[in-house]
Design a protein around this ligand. Structure first.
Ligand code: PEP
Length: 252
């Protein structure tokens, strides 16, 4: 079964408006004809509209958001809803990123509501999961990943899950320069599919794209993307540099 190849760049809280424009222009300059990879740019909220304008009509380029709120609208100062994201042309949204779990104390109940909001507004949720270094060292990584998957996905139907992407991002690899080996990534991605089989069925488990995230860079992307169950990458630091991000895209 051939799944989509996807590279998503999570800029986190980086770049000025002008830097954002320059970065996108430099990416487009190198990649505009490279059609067989879905490319998702995930800038900070204030740049979604302008980045979206730059990507308009560019083949297989999309914009995504780093978060969304659990409600459509209302007195939630400082928040941004899936409805708003949809209205600026956003098509993807990260849910459950480890930084949201760690710094903003977001929990499974939040992820479920956010995913429901995202799906209600035709956004593809990219559900991020991953174990800490302590959990891996104590041999609890499979258990933790199972819990993160089951506790959230059990609230959704097969047809909902068909509209999702999963990103496996070991917390110990995010922003640390330490990457999971291709073997560790493949082992966990295969395991994630087995959990999806248990929850739903093998059809959906084979279809759902699973991205690897955690210090993915131009040097290791090729080996990671060559793994049978790795369908691409969620890229943090290396997505802030046009040359690095494009080299990662070319790694398939
Ligand atoms: C991320 O935060 O999603 C990420 C993968 O970051 P980095 O590539 O910098 O490890």
């Amino acid at each position: 079964m051939s799944r989509l190849k996807i590279v998503a760049g999570n800029w986190k809280m980086n770049k000025s408006s002008q830097e954002a424009k320059t970065l996108v222009e430099n990416i487009l300059h190198q990649v505009s004809e490279f059609d067989n990879v879905v490319k998702i740019i995930i800038p900070p909220f204030p740049y979604l509209d302008s980045v979206g304008q730059l990507l308009k009509n560019k083949s297989n380029f999309y914009i995504g958001a780093q978060n969304c709120h659990t409600h459509d609208k209302g007195a939630y100062t400082g928040e941004v809803s899936a409805l708003m994201l949809q209205s600026v042309g956003c098509q993807y949204v990260l849910i459950g990123h480890s930084e949201r779990r760690q710094y903003f104390k977001e929990k499974d109940a939040d992820f479920i509501l956010k995913m429901k909001e995202a799906l209600a507004h035709q956004l593809t949720p990219i559900y991020c999961i991953g174990e800490t270094i302590h959990e891996r060292k104590t041999d609890n990584h499979f258990k933790v990943i199972t819990e993160q998957l089951v506790s959230v996905l059990k609230s959704f139907s097969v047809s909902d899950v068909k509209k999702m992407i999963i990103a496996y991002e070991p917390v110990w690899a995010i922003g640390t320069g330490e990457t999971a080996t291709a073997q560790q990534a493949q082992e966990m991605h295969e395991f994630i599919r087995s959990v999806v089989v248990d929850l739903f069925d093998s059809g959906i488990a084979n279809e759902i794209p699973i991205l690897y995230g955690g210090s993915c860079n131009p040097k290791n992307a090729q080996e990671l993307f060559a793994c049978k169950d790795v369908d691409g990458g969620l890229i943090g630091g290396a997505s802030l540099n046009a040359d690095d991000f494009c080299k990662i895209i070319f790694s398939f």
